[in-house]
Design a protein around this ligand. Structure first.
Ligand SMILES: Cc1ncc(COP(=O)(O)O)c(C=O)c1O
Length: 318
């Protein structure tokens, strides 16, 4: 049930302190600012293994690093690399690790001062590491609840930044949901509208109309959300309406599904113990899921620029 844990391997190459090193050789002080105060920003990027071509296909690489840069700006974190250099460094790590399986890439930039004092001054550090990652959640139908925890409002912590400290909000909601037997949690905003899931954006189908909460609903502006909106409009002829969504619309919807790099396209079959639609994956979610995976792992006409391919020969591991 729920999301799974994917463990990093110390022998893998990562970027840290301006060079490529083994993950196991990186050591941090317990005094590190970000560890004490949550002053870090991160990204989650997926690379899909294509067995036929022998390539890892990195999905929306540049878009993730552009968001990373925006998140850094929010916390006054200076990046030592440009977006292009971040992309190139990531591709080099994938080449060195030569992993021939689905891989998750985790860039992390954080306040590195080893000093007590809460502020946004002081030097920053950049790390990029990878972990093997299969499906993070079941893709055949999640059972979720509306969380008693509200999504952190943008007036308290920037919601559209991917900031490490914000994920306490996520962890509390996931913990509550999973202990109660659900797979994941849906956050409401402070004013009671639907925001997003623990680490994914949410879509509903109501009366033939696809809906999603707007970017002002304290959501992370998801990159997979953009993918879904593009596929829905271009491939299904169903433009997505961004508008406030009430809690009970989740109960009334014909389909509900989540989008996210980790979650991918994950249909929801139950909300607060109420069946969604027929109680199994709906036709619109299923088509979008198929299109998304085709564009990511294989290729879909017109969407070739969604991925960057890294060739990984057998036995290329360094
Ligand atoms: C809070 C939150 N919302 C939404 C998303 C989905 O964003 P993306 O599609 O860019 O992965 C994520 C995952 O990264 C997330 O952590």
């Amino acid at each position: 049930m729920g999301s799974k844990a994917f463990v990093a391997n110390d022998a893998e190459w990562c970027y840290h302190g301006g060079e490529l090193v083994r993950l196991g050789d990186v050591r941090l002080s317990p005094a590190t600012h970000a560890l004490n105060y949550g002053t870090g920003v991160f990204e989650g990027i997926r690379a899909y293994w294509n067995e036929g071509r022998g390539t890892l296909q990195v999905l929306k690489l540049r878009e993730h690093f552009e968001r990373f840069e925006r998140s850094c700006r929010m916390l006054r974190i200076e990046l030592p690399l440009t977006v292009d250099e971040l992309c190139d460094t990531t591709l080099e790590i994938l080449r060195r690790n030569a992993s021939r399986e689905d891989t998750y890439i985790r860039p992390l930039a954080y306040k590195a001062a080893e000093a007590i004092g809460v502020n946004l001054r002081g030097e920053s550090q950049l790390t990029i590491f990878t972990v093997p990652m299969a499906d993070y959640v079941e893709l055949t139908g999640l059972k979720v609840c509306v969380s008693s925890w509200r999504r952190t409002p943008d007036t308290s912590i920037p919601a559209r930044g991917k900031l490490t400290g914000s994920y306490i909000n996520t962890a509390l909601a996931v913990d509550e949901a999973q202990r109660a037997g659900y797979d994941d949690a849906i956050f409401l905003t402070q004013d009671g509208h639907v925001s997003e899931a623990s680490a994914a954006n949410i879509f509903l189908l109501r009366k033939g109309q696809l809906l999603t909460p707007p970017v002002t609903a304290d959501i992370l502006e998801g990159i997979a959300r953009d993918c879904v909106m593009e596929l829905a409009e271009k491939e299904l002829g169903m433009p997505v309406l961004e508008r406030d969504v009430d809690r009970t619309e989740l109960y009334a919807a014909d389909e509900v599904f989540l989008s996210g790099t980790g979650f991918q396209i994950a249909p929801i079959v139950e909300v607060d113990g109420r069946r969604v639609g027929t109680g199994s994956i709906g036709p619109v979610a299923e088509r979008l899921q198929n299109l998304y995976f085709k564009a990511a792992r294989e290729s879909l006409d017109g969407y070739e620029d969604w991925t960057v391919a890294v060739e990984v020969a057998e036995g290329a591991r360094q």
